[in-house]
Design a protein around this ligand. Structure first.
Ligand code: R5P
Length: 250
């Protein structure tokens, strides 16, 4: 029994190492292909993959004569990453035009539409992406999909105003979704976003028309932002299991 447990633990550790390496390779390739001596303002997404974009950016800033003037964060986590890497931290109101923004995704479909917000950061992420000339996704092979909702089974993350979470759950059920209020792990009660809102994860199954779904959801009072990012990313870099990086571009 103990041998089986050890073998299982070793297999899990190996799988995790593969995924981490895939994230690192996708991120390094994306940064190397999109950061040039012309780049001034960089958007920094949130999550575990974009950590490696910041790592690579910091390496290049130290070793090359780059002219990066500002990094714009999409969350508390991104802000900490920028500060810890010694990169110049700023905000959209000071630098409204971003040359390139890097971000992770929970799932990416054939048209590069994405589900984002697994870490509850989709509101600021979409604001930053909307101000970027280039929006680049970095991800591991598990996120590579054809239809949204096929790989990511937790539903579309919706940032919502706390005072209407219960009416929103009813309205989403009436639309055919299976919605749940996201609960915190080490705090009693719901997850509270960086903006003081709640998150509802609404499972719609396979999403054939994400553009129409996003339009419908954002029109509902109380839904501040959706985790559907449609027609925003033009490049998606996937770190693959075999160590290669696959680029899909729109
Ligand atoms: O709210 C979180 C963000 O949308 C992340 O970019 C997304 O969840 C992907 O995160 P990770 O790179 O950790 O898979």
């Amino acid at each position: 029994m103990a041998q089986v447990t050890t073998a299982t633990a070793a297999a899990v550790a190996l799988a995790e190492a593969l995924v981490t390496e895939a994230k690192r390779k996708a991120s390094y390739t994306a940064v190397d292909e999109h950061i040039t001596t012309e780049t001034r303002v960089v958007g920094i997404g949130s999550g575990s993959t974009v950590v490696f974009c910041v790592e690579r950016l910091a390496q290049r800033v130290k070793s090359e004569n780059l002219g990066i003037k500002a990094c714009i964060p999409t969350s508390f986590q991104a802000k900490q990453l920028i500060i810890e890497a010694g990169l110049p931290l700023s905000e959209l109101n000071q630098f409204p035009d971003i040359d390139v923004a890097f971000d992770g995704a929970d799932e990416v479909d054939a048209q590069l539409n994405c589900i984002k917000g697994g870490g509850a950061c989709q509101l600021q992420e979409k604001l930053v992406a909307s101000c970027a000339k280039k929006f680049v996704i970095v991800a591991d092979y598990r996120k590579n999909s054809m239809v949204l909702g096929e790989q990511w089974k937790l539903g579309v993350p919706l940032e919502v105003i706390p005072m209407v979470y219960a009416p929103l759950l009813s309205k989403l059920r009436a639309l055919g979704a299976n919605p749940v209020l996201r609960m915190a792990m080490r705090k009693a009660g719901p997850v509270v976003t960086d903006n003081g809102n709640f998150v509802i994860d609404a499972d719609f199954g396979g999403i054939q028309d994400p553009v129409a779904l996003e339009r419908m959801l954002i029109a509902i009072p109380g839904i501040v932002e959706t985790g559907l990012f449609c027609n925003m990313a033009k490049w998606a870099y996937f770190g693959m299991q075999d160590g290669s990086v696959q680029l899909r571009s729109a």
